[in-house]
Each structure stands twice: as structure tokens, then as C-alpha cells.
Design a protein. Sequence first.
Length: 148
Amino acid sequence: MLCSYFEDALQPGPLKAFRTKRPNQILLLGFINPHTLVFTLFFNLTTKNMKIDIQSIHFDADKKLIDFINAKVEKLRTFYDGHLDLKVFLRLQKVEVKHNKLVEMKLMVNGQVLFVEHEHQSFEAAVDLALDSLVTQLKRFKEKMKGL
């Protein structure tokens, strides 16, 4: 299904909508008759919405930590225009170990799953490291999509 804005364009008539090779882009062609092209328009259907799910395992995360993660994760929007679905898992490992804070991030992009995992002394540092790795993976994914 194309975007609801173009539902009327998909009906038979002088205006035709086509998907392009680039994700989230539509080409509109306007015809006077079957042989005369009047106009061509490209529409980018970028929504820039992101779903973030944060789960803390074996402890209760405080509001300050959740706000920190939400603020850091907003950086991902600058690297990808489409819909992003991010799951963040915060785990406390064994108490005896110095680096016992584990952060796992799973990002769903265009049906692909990007996954990172980092351990550190604090959740804030682990989130920073995991996010840097995720940004690198997202950039590589974006380059790969351009090549297709």
C-alpha cells in the first residue's frame, strides 16, 4: 500500500503513482492523454518517526537514566530518514565484576535487524559505546541500500 495521501492518485485516471528504487519515494506522472506527459513530481515520504522501547532487567531504571537514553538515541534520526524501531535492554550482570552494566540495542530498519552489545562500569558509558557502534552499522546499512 502506498501512502494514504496518494490513494486517489492510484485510481484510474490521468494521474499515476509509481514507487522508485529509493525507499520512501514516489514518482507522480500527470497525463493529458495516454501519450502526453504534463508533469513529473518526486515525493519523499520520510516520516522520521522512531519507536523506542527500553527494558531494564534485574533492576528498576530511574527516570534520569531513561531520559539520558532517549536524548542520546535521538541522534539516530540524523542518520536515517525512515521509520526506526529500537529496543534497548539494560542488564545488571554479576555484582562482583567491575564491568557489570550491559546494554543491548536492537534496531529494526527496513526489515533488517542491527544489533550491538556493550558492557561497562556505568550504563551511561555503555549506552554511548553501543550507540557509536549502532551509528556505524546504520551508516554501513544506508550505503548498502544506496548500492542496490
